[in-house]
Design a protein around this ligand. Structure first.
Ligand SMILES: C[S@@+](CC[C@H](N)C(=O)[O-])C[C@H]1O[C@@H](n2cnc3c(N)ncnc32)[C@H](O)[C@@H]1O
Length: 310
């Protein structure tokens, strides 16, 4: 039985289901790559996509699994063959790029950061807006995954901040993400319990309706969040912002020159006295002429843009 040499498509046409399964098993086993092979491959390819290896080493397993599957689909025996394939097929880089996403997120992820947002930053932005006679605060969540981060801000806003201030003030949120499946999930607003494990119980009970194993976000918290499919390397949302969150994306996974280019753009988009929030394990190289670290409770992951004096 010649199970390994012909292509999968050829087999599906002629073989019995049992032969097809055996073919997949044999092919898959013959194309198993070791962790070491995958590391070497990623270290050589990631820079060409604008990513840095240091961001990926801890999360490589899921990326390697996707590459492994791709080897099977292309019927290639190992990563060096895949590398040659990439050299001959420029379009394949886009496919490899699409394997390099990490989609870990949760509501109220990094409790301390969200406590500072709740008790310090949102109240300070509200004060600024009142002084300037504005009816809204604008915020941007970059790489928003399935909406966990922007919706957490809306929950804090509606359940904690608004009841404390007597005036009307809107928190408008723009949330950008490169994957349309995640945007669709964000718009549905239904989450497993694990996504809510860090969210304080009172917020969870007030903001969600539980239905069997799902938690459904009440519409009320969705109305001021607008989602856009955007690749941050190519496109940024319009306008300027009082608060920008770019957590666990650019400053973990992207290469330094790309980080610097994007940082300049973030600074331009941030209003004076606005805040820039990174992931709890991320920080910026000193740039204190424009951005100063805000409080030191959470490493150097929150920055405030200085008021530029004329
Ligand atoms: C690790 S998650 C972080 C999610 C959230 N910011 C947080 O910290 O909980 C990174 C997110 O950025 C998205 N992403 C990756 N590359 C992107 C790009 N070039 N442009 C926009 N979003 C991107 C991923 O799909 C993923 O949803």
């Amino acid at each position: 039985m010649d199970l390994v040499k012909p292509t999968i498509g050829h087999h599906c046409g002629n073989a019995t289901p049992c032969q097809v399964i055996i073919h997949f098993i044999i092919t898959y086993q013959s194309q198993q790559m070791s962790d070491q092979d995958c590391i070497k491959f990623l270290q050589s390819c990631l820079p060409q996509l604008g990513y840095q290896w240091t961001g990926f080493h801890r999360v490589r397993k899921q990326v390697c699994k996707r590459i492994q599957k791709r080897l099977v689909t292309l019927n290639l025996p190992n990563c060096s063959h895949y590398y040659s394939y990439l050299e001959q097929n420029a379009e394949e880089w886009k496919i490899l790029d699409s394997f390099c996403y990490i989609t870990i997120s949760r509501f109220y992820r990094d409790r301390k950061v969200f406590e500072i947002l709740q008790h310090k930053i949102l109240p300070s932005l509200a004060q600024n807006a009142f002084k300037e006679n504005r009816a809204e605060i604008r915020s941007w969540s970059a790489g928003c995954c399935s909406g966990e981060e922007p919706y957490t801000l809306q929950i804090l806003w509606h359940l904690d901040l608004l009841p404390k201030i007597s005036k009307r003030l809107q928190l408008q949120l723009v949330a950008t993400e490169q994957r349309s499946d995640l945007i669709s999930r964000a718009k549905r607003g239904q989450y497993p319990k694990s996504s809510l494990k860090d969210l304080p119980k009172t917020f969870r009970e007030e903001a969600f309706i539980q239905s069997e194993s799902k938690y459904i976000l009440k519409n009320y918290f969705k109305t001021d969040v607008r989602f856009f499919k955007q690749d941050i390397r190519q496109q940024l949302p319009d306008g300027s912002f009082d608060l920008i969150l770019c957590r666990n994306l650019v400053f973990t996974y992207f290469q330094q020159d790309l980080q610097l280019k994007l940082l300049e753009k973030f600074i331009k988009k941030l209003r004076p006295n606005g805040f820039f929030v990174l992931g709890a394990n991320e920080s910026l190289t000193p740039n204190e002429d424009v951005l100063e670290p805000y409080l030191d409770l959470v490493g150097k992951s929150i920055y405030k843009k200085k008021q530029i004096l004329a």
